[in-house]
Ligand binder design. Structure first.
Ligand SMILES: [Zn+2]
Length: 116
């Protein structure tokens, strides 16, 4: 099973970076978790976010967020619409379901047929 977070939305913030105090480096990224297995692909309900500064190449963790950053973050989080969770069966899963059905019908047929 493969799990990955995919970028859904990126926003450039004008706030001061708590590390380098630059005002044009902060980037807020919203991510959503995708799961892929042999049989299906799924968009999960789980979302995540990341605040990075492109000027000093630092991840800014919530612990060092300023009040301004928090306010802007809350605003963008409210405006952020994640993708609708879904599960999509792959061809291998459909084939598996069809073969199980065919086998079941065959067995049923073999049991019922002598009585017809
Ligand atoms: Zn910075």
């Amino acid at each position: 099973m493969e799990e990955k977070f995919i970028t859904i939305k990126e926003v450039a913030l004008n706030n001061n970076c708590p590390e380098c105090y630059n005002t044009n480096g902060l980037q807020l990224t919203f991510l959503q978790k995708f799961v892929e297995t042999k049989f299906y692909k799924s968009i999960t309900r789980e979302t995540s976010h990341l605040l990075e500064c492109n000027t000093c190449n630092t991840n800014i963790y919530p612990i060092s967020w300023t009040e301004d950053i928090e306010r802007v973050f809350n605003y963008h989080q409210k405006a952020f619409t994640p993708k609708t969770p879904s599960i999509k069966l792959k061809k291998s899963a459909r084939l598996l379901i069809i073969s199980v059905l065919v086998i079941t019908l065959t067995i049923l047929g073999l049991i019922v047929f002598p009585y017809l």
